[in-house]
Structure formats: C-alpha cells, structure tokens
Design a binder for this molecule. Structure first.
Ligand code: CMP
Length: 224
C-alpha cells in the first residue's frame, strides 16, 4: 500500500494543493491499516496527529461507564478526524473505532500546523468542517431532547439519506445501512426499542428494510 499523489488529490482537504505540496505531504505522512472493530484511540488519550480516512469507515463514539455507546458520527473515505486535539492542544474528545477494515493517512501535528499556516484554503475547509459538525451535533441535541423515538429515527435516517442516500422513483435509499444496534447507538435508546419502532414504520409503509438497505418510501412527507 503506497499512496499516490493522484489519490491524495481526491481528498477534499488537499484538493487545492500543488503537486510539489502533495509530494511533501506524501513524504511526511504515514499510512496505517486497522482491521474492523479496532480502537484507533480512546477519548482522553493524548494525541497530536490528524487522520484521514483513505478506505473503510470509522465510528466516532462516546462510551459510558455502563457499556453504553453513543455514536456522534460515522466517517468514510475522504473524511478526517483528530484535528480537535491538535487545535486545542487537549486530549481526544471522543473514542474512534473502525466499523470496517480501514486505511488511514496520518499527519503529525508539525506537518498539520505548517499546512494550516501556509494555506488559508485548508484552514477555511477545516472551519467549514467544524461548523458543519457543530450544526449536526445541534441537530442531535434537538433530537435527543425534543423528539420521541419515531422522530429520532426519522431525523437520523433522513440525515443518512442526505449524505449517503440515492433517490429512486421518489424514494430515498440508504445502501450499506446501519444495523439496528448502530441505529440505537445513534439515537440513544435500546436495540429492542429500535426493532419495535422499525417494525411499526414498515407496517405503516414509511420504510422498507432489507439486509443491506433501508428505503424511505415517502421522504417528502417528513419535516425537520
Ligand atoms: P479529537 O478530539 O482529536 O479526537 C476525536 C475526534 O472525533 C475529534 O478530534 C474529531 O475529529 C471527531 N469528533 C468529535 N466530535 C465529533 C462530532 N460530534 N462529529 C464528528 N466528529 C467528531
């Protein structure tokens, strides 16, 4: 596995860099592969590197003492994480684990800081990313505090539909769907509660669920 410049260019964060700059990153960065289900780091760990997802998928989670887990985000290829500990010189704000076998590009703090300093466009992208993430976290707070279980499921599925869904004949299809266990961790309830609610939503014709996909039958009927 050796990263090529052309691949690096497809990562949104680096898309405006020149070839010479991309080569510099290739020189400084290292790559690492983790099997599915590995802990990349724990909340509270010290850390001074940024990770870019090249392949695979990670979960950003908060773990409770009683074994509870809340999923803050799922990040796929092209996404990055680990910037908060660097920007604040603070410990990791959340635990990150792989949901699939994943490959990462790892950039240490000095290289990351040099990039930010030299390239306002990269700083802007990071700010936009932080803002989007805050907006999403706000939605999650709203959902947890104000919505019942059906509202939370609707909000969560519509968000997934927006980011990874495809529209087909007026329906919205989420392929590579989360498991009911993962859904329960995204919306803060038990897996049994999710199973029951998903059954009702299917019986009422709002959703269709197969092993790989969830189809939202009438996405335009939902409101935020
Ligand atoms: P850091 O605090 O270094 O380590 C955990 C990482 O998870 C953090 O940087 C962010 O990159 C990422 N992260 C934390 N909170 C969220 C969130 N609400 N949504 C998406 N990513 C997050």
């Amino acid at each position: 596995m050796k990263m090529k410049r052309d691949h690096l260019k497809t990562i949104p964060l680096f898309s405006e860099l020149t070839n010479a700059e991309l080569d510099l990153i290739l020189e400084k960065a290292r790559e690492q592969r983790y099997p599915r289900g590995s802990i990349v780091f724990y909340e509270g760990d010290p850390g001074d590197f940024l990770m870019v997802v090249l392949t695979g998928k990670v979960k950003v989670v908060l773990l409770g003492e009683g074994g509870q887990e809340i999923i803050l985000a799922m990040l796929g290829p092209g996404n990055f994480f680990g910037e908060m500990a660097i920007l604040e010189a603070a410990p990791r704000s959340a635990t990150v684990m792989t949901a699939e076998q994943s490959e990462f590009l790892i950039l240490e703090q000095p290289s990351f800081s040099a990039l930010i300093e030299l390239h306002p466009s990269i700083s802007q992208k990071i700010l936009k990313h932080l803002s989007e993430r805050l907006r999403q976290a706000d939605e999650q707070i709203r959902s947890l505090a104000m919505f019942d279980i059906y509202g939370r499921i609707a909000q969560c599925l519509l968000r997934l539909g927006q980011t990874q869904g495809k529209r087909v004949d007026g329906t919205l299809i989420i392929s590579d769907r989360p498991s009911f266990q993962e859904l329960s961790h995204m919306i803060g309830c038990s897996r049994e509660t999710v199973s029951r609610a998903m059954k009702v939503l299917q019986e009422d014709g709002y959703l269709s669920v197969t092993r790989k996909e969830i189809t939202i039958m009438r996405p335009w009927h939902h409101h935020k």
